[in-house]
Design a protein around this ligand. Structure first.
Ligand code: ADP
Ligand code: MG
Length: 816
């Protein structure tokens, strides 16, 4: 087969052409024999074990041999004979069980026997896959098997390239692997693209392709295809919906569901666990898990592209010690391909992904699949977790469930025969990264923005979930979740507007009640104010839009004025309390001009304030301020007592610099032009200045270097002394805790802790290290405190003696 991506097949040279003609003749003989043998196949007798037991063409046999495929998997043994005989097939088999070959071999063979080859033959087989990555993977397998003598032109239509370049190659193609969207585009726009003679249609991950997301495209594609054809549907989670089968006009389809009788719907080698973990602790847990599994290949699933990006960007900044990758649907094609290739090739790395990577992808040797965000449904769970434990390999899946999701999801999993066991994370091993995230979000507005987006999309995804028994939006602690992402506040969510506004209304009513109630509440507000850190205030400032800032300011002023407002009320002023915020309105009803007599004494403290009456208040002139300020409320009067607050009304002084003789100068003083010219050409003056400056710098440099050298010497000396003292003090220094624990142990620990604890601890001396994961927290404490004591005694001796007592202690230590 000649397969060359989207460019179609390359034209063979003349010499090759002759060879091909000979081959074709041989093939003709071949074909008759093969047809006969296929006719004699008995798909139901189940005696076919190896690929060589089947009547396959030489090129296919050769391809399988060179790829080291010898023994068929269950699904292959059942599906291939049926498909060779031309049946429509509905194939269901677990993830990683070899479904790809189950349809690729029949495609190659059936077209081969039909001699559906060459430019004029047109499209013979169309294979649809839900994602580009999967289409590429299928195409790769097709090339691998088909390149040993098959003459088909095969192509890949997944978008990302210009329609025009694909168009030219398309006309000649015999087998196409495509995503539905791109296929439809060509069918409707490429005139010369004929599918009238299509013999086979294959849907990999059929249930996904037939679901809502692709419905429109797939229905339109089917409209173009001839009704007389063979249709093969494969998936790990096959639907048997009559409506789907009718849509595809399947004719007496054969159901091939090899694992239907199995106890579980997931592969044998797969260990499946779940952790109950509130939304706000997910990132802590994930981080800790990654830290404990740096030598593994990990695939983590999240609900949306934004969450993937945020977690990827933030974890990357925290230097996790394992290569991080990320993939989601919003990336460019090149980046996505790069990522899949890198992850496939890597031995240990961690890939953060959305469900674009959930289906079909065959990454070799994935150790863990972590579902950080709960999957939409059990089928998604099965596909995600199926990225590990493929083709008789082992693997482990860990599902993070929020406490509110646990019951519902477990029920669903059980109903679909997915066995999961709960495990607990050792609290001691769980690091909190909340503060680090907060710091990063604070320093980097872009990351904070990503975090906000991640929060919104995740909450939105929960909101949009169909299964309300599992996803109960109201029961998640969204504020804590926002905080756990490092966000300064909980972003407001538009689609929750209804509830939100109601809450806000209630909240404002509450605050009104509180401020009206009594002064005791002021204390509580004061208390909360004192707890607020500098960062909180800075966040508040950074994170507000213009309106909100303004609003904040009003509220802040308002609350301070609350007391004076009510005071006004009591004095029978009659003004509405609400009007107090606004200076323009307030002036009309503020302190009368003649009331300043008493107060002036109070102001004496400020010494330089002198007042004069104006309508609605009085003017006070401050020394150092060119403009008088209006005092029209008690609060403003109080303000006069604080020098610090008055500073803002002072004029800004002129900045002066002082020379060595103490004479003041302005920062920039312009020299008289004539004087300047008299000193020579500007260029020469510049050179002179630079020369002089260089000399000064050089001199300073010599001194600095000498000082630095001396310091370094001293340091080395000190270190040597310390080391010597340490050596003499024995080897009792604190050990550094070993970081190379087995990640599995961490997660198995609690699941199996019930009875096997001692057994594990005794088994091998090597296990001793692991024991840390199994030990109870109190044991750990004992151990650590012992260590601490040990190191303390060591340090006592090491420390430099300073006082006589120190010397005595040192001498005593040395003497034994
Ligand atoms: P599925 O589509 O069922 O999830 P794949 O077709 O992707 O599974 O196959 C899973 C893995 O098993 C692939 O790496 C593939 O190379 C391997 N595989 C498939 N069939 C065989 C076979 N007969 N012998 C050995 N390995 C196989
Ligand atoms: Mg597959």
């Amino acid at each position: 087969m000649v397969a060359s991506g989207v460019t179609g097949r390359t034209r063979p040279t003349k010499v090759k052409k002759q060879a091909n003609v000979q081959k074709r003749k041989r093939d003709d003989v071949d074909v008759e024999k093969l047809d006969e043998a296929v006719g004699e196949l008995d798909p139901k007798n189940g005696s076919y074990k190896d690929f060589t037991d089947l009547p396959l063409s030489d090129p296919t046999k050769q391809g399988l041999k060179s790829s080291h495929f010898a023994v068929m998997t269950d699904v292959q043994a059942k599906a291939i004979p049926l498909a060779l005989k031309g049946h429509d097939i509905l194939g269901a088999a677990k993830t990683g069980s070899g479904k790809t070959l189950s349809f690729l071999i029949p495609v190659l063979e059936n077209l081969y026997r039909l001699q559906h080859v060459g430019t004029d033959a047109g499209l013979g087989a169309l294979i649809l896959a839900p994602t580009r990555e999967l289409a590429i993977q299928i195409f790769d397998v097709l090339c691998k098997i088909g390149k040993h003598g098959h003459m088909f032109a095969a192509g890949l239509l997944i978008g990302g390239k210009s329609l025009e370049s694909e168009r030219q190659a398309l006309v000649r193609m015999n087998i196409v692997v495509a995503t539905p969207g791109r296929m439809l585009q060509h069918l409707s726009q490429t005139a010369a693209f004929s599918v009238d003679d299509l013999k086979m249609l294959v849907l990999d991950e059929a249930d996904r392709i037939l679901d809502m997301g692709f419905q429109r495209d797939v229905d339109a594609i089917i409209e173009y295809l001839p009704k007389e054809r063979q249709t093969l549907l494969f998936s790990a989670t096959q639907s048997r919906k009559v409506s789907d089968l009718a849509r595809l006009s399947l004719q007496d389809p054969e159901y091939v569901s090899v694992h239907a009788e199995d106890k579980s719907a997931t592969p044998k080698g797969l260990t499946q666990n779940y952790i109950v973990c509130p939304l706000e602790e997910k990132l802590d847990t994930l981080w800790s898990f990654i830290q404990a599994s740096k030598k593994s290949k990990i695939l983590c699933f999240f609900s949306s592209a934004k969450v993937v990006r945020f977690v990827y960007e933030s974890f990357r900044h925290m230097q996790p010690g394992i290569p991080l990758l990320h993939i989601h649907g919003r990336q460019k094609q090149g980046a996505r391909l790069d990522t899949t290739a890198k992850f496939s090739a890597s031995k240990n790395s961690c890939l953060f992904a959305t469900d674009v990577a959930a289906r079909g992808l065959d990454f070799p040797a994935v150790d863990f699949v972590i579902q950080v965000d709960c999957p939409d449904d059990v089928d998604t769970y099965i596909h995600r977790v199926g990225r590990t434990a493929r083709y008789n390999r082992e693997g482990r899946g860990v599902l993070f469930l929020a406490p509110t999701e646990e019951e519902g999801m477990l029920k669903r999993l059980e109903a679909k025969k997915v066995p999961v066991e709960v495990i607990n994370v050792r609290q001691k091993k769980r690091q909190s990264i909340k503060e680090q995230l907060q710091n990063m979000c604070f320093k980097d507005p872009a990351l904070k923005y990503l975090g906000q987006k991640a929060f919104m999309t995740h909450v939105k995804s929960i909101y949009l979930q169909k299964d309300k028994e599992v996803f109960k939006l109201k029961e998640y602690d969204l504020e804590a979740y926002a905080a756990s992402l490092g966000l300064p506040g909980t972003p407001r969510i538009k689609f929750m507007k209804g509830d939100d506004t109601k809450q806000r209304k209630q909240a404002s009513r509450q605050t009104i009640e509180v401020s009206d109630a009594s002064e005791t509440d002021d204390e509580s507000t004061k208390q909360t104010k004192t707890v607020r850190t500098k960062y909180d205030r800075m966040f508040e400032r950074q994170n507000q839009d213009v309106l909100a800032d303004h609003y904040k300011k009003l509220v802040r002023d308002g609350s301070e004025e609350g007391v004076s407002a009510s005071a006004n009320d009591f004095t029978g002023d009659g003004a509405a309390a609400a009007g107090d915020d606004d200076d323009f309105m307030a002036i009309k009803r503020r302190i009368p001009a003649d009331s300043d007599g008493d107060d002036d004494e109070d102001f004496g403290a400020t010494a330089d304030a002198d007042g004069s009456a104006v309508p609605g208040g009085r003017l006070v002139r401050l020394a150092g301020a060119s403009q008088p300020i209006v005092i029209d409320s008690n609060r403003r009067e109080k303000l006069l007592k604080s020098k610090k607050k008055l500073l803002q009304f002072m004029d800004k002084g002129k900045r002066l610099v002082y020379d060595d003789d103490g004479n003041p100068h302005e920062v920039y003083e312009l020299e008289n032009e004539a004087d300047f010219r008299a000193r020579g050409l500007p260029e020469e003056q510049r050179k002179k200045f630079i020369e002089a400056a260089r000399q000064v710098v050089e001199e300073a440099d010599v001194d600095d270097k000498a000082a630095a050298k001396a310091k370094r010497k001293e340091k080395i000396q000190k270190r040597k002394e310390k080391e010597r003292a340490k050596a003499e003090g024995g080897d009792g220094g604190a050990e550094v805790e070993d970081g190379g624990e087995d990640p599995l142990a961490n997660f198995i620990a609690d699941a199996e802790s019930s009875g096997e604890e001692e057994e594990v601890a005794v088994e091998k001396p090597k296990e001793k290290k692991q024991k840390k994961w199994f030990q109870s927290d109190s044991e750990d404490d004992d151990h650590n405190s012992k260590k601490r004591k040990k190191s303390k005694t060591a340090r006592q001796v090491v420390e430099q003696p300073e006082t006589l007592e120190d010397m005595e202690a040192l001498a005593a230590g040395l003497l034994g």
